[in-house]
Design a protein around this ligand. Structure first.
Ligand code: PHE
Length: 338
């Protein structure tokens, strides 16, 4: 019996040492200690032994059981330790590996130009005003003295969202909002997005303008000329001149278009200015008395000027961008240059 037990223990020792998963260990446990194991058989046969043999046999059997249990337990600890090590090595972080760099963003050229314009006008005592992109006909047309049959109101020029709801076609809407809520003196600029149904190399369906409005006692056309001249020189440099060309806007009288001397040829004529020596930048004029009257501002007492500049135009001229669409394609190779 002793020999038989020694054999069982020896084979348990070999098999348990070779088992390398907890599942295998469980199987070995039932093989060596389970109901159908050799050891259990031997325990059952104890009853057939004589009373002298019993105590000795019982002791041996119990020792063998304990020993096999000890083997199983210590192998279980080993396997758990190995599993733990394996997990650690899989999840290990190599702290010597160089990190992945995040690309640093930069401000969009439109934003850069807007911020520069804001800084210039704030330094000259202007406030910043804002208005919504989604507007009604009153603020975009009626209050700006635009006749009901004006072509700008046409579906082919203006994006209508619904009856009397549209995307503003100009920041001049903010002039109306400011005059509704403030009495003179008024001195504001308002940068923002505008929308028109047009799309080519120099027109985008969404674009940006900066509006200016100054209303007070004794404001005249020379003030308008002066402020624009100062602004142009601050943005483009001292060599650049500005000029006014007679024009028409329903909400200003007289009205003018603003040109600056070509930043490439300084007025001689080149491909950028198409030979004219001048580049177009926006519109301007003295606020039409009709607009004042509609907004309850005394047109006998007050005068004012307004202008609207195209921010894309300014960005394109300043940074020599040949096609407006480049500004909206979000190609990092383009954007990285600013
Ligand atoms: N709102 C005009 C436009 O978009 C520009 C403008 C603004 C003209 C203010 C005169 C005064 O064309």
């Amino acid at each position: 019996m002793k020999e038989k037990l020694e054999k069982i223990i020896a084979s348990a020792q070999d098999e348990i040492a070779a088992g390398d998963t907890l599942h295998q260990l469980n199987q070995l446990k039932s093989k060596f200690l389970g109901k159908k194991s050799e050891l259990m058989d031997m325990m059952k046969q104890m009853s057939s032994l004589s009373s002298e043999e019993k105590p000795e046999a019982g002791k041996l059997l119990n020792l063998a059981k304990k020993q096999i249990n000890r083997l199983l337990n210590s192998r279980e600890l080993e396997i758990k330790e190995l599993d733990y090590r394996r997990t650690l090595s899989i999840e290990q972080i190599d702290i010597t590996m160089p990190g992945r760099r995040r690309e640093k963003g930069s401000l969009h050229p439109i934003t850069l130009v807007m911020q520069e314009i804001e800084d210039i006008f704030i330094s000259m005592g202007f406030d910043i005003a804002e208005g919504p992109d989604i507007e009604d006909e009153f603020h975009n047309f009626d209050a700006l003295n635009t006749p009901k049959d004006h072509p700008a109101r046409d579906l082919s020029d203006t994006f209508y969202i619904g009856d009397d709801v549209l995307l503003r076609t100009q920041t001049s809407t903010v002039q109306v909002r400011v005059m509704q809520n403030h009495k003179p003196p008024i001195r504001i600029i308002s940068p923002g997005s505008c929308y028109r149904n047009e799309n080519d190399a120099s027109h985008s369906p969404m674009f940006h303008q900066v509006e200016a409005l100054v209303v007070d006692d004794g404001i005249n056309f020379a003030d308008l000329r002066d402020i624009l001249n100062v602004f142009v020189k601050k943005v483009f440099g001292d060599q650049i001149e500005s000029r006014f060309r007679p024009h028409f806007f329903p909400f200003t009288e007289p009205s003018a278009e603003i040109d600056i001397s070509c930043v490439k040829c300084y007025g001689k004529g080149c491909n950028l200015c198409k030979g004219s020596g001048w580049l177009e930048m926006g519109g301007a004029g003295m606020v039409d008395p009709n607009v004042f009257e509609m907004l309850d501002i005394d047109s006998e007492k007050y005068t004012g000027y307004a202008f609207g500049l195209g921010i894309e135009r300014i960005a394109m001229i300043k940074y020599k961008i040949p096609d407006m669409r480049l500004l909206y394609e979000n190609d990092v190779r383009f954007l990285r240059q600013f």
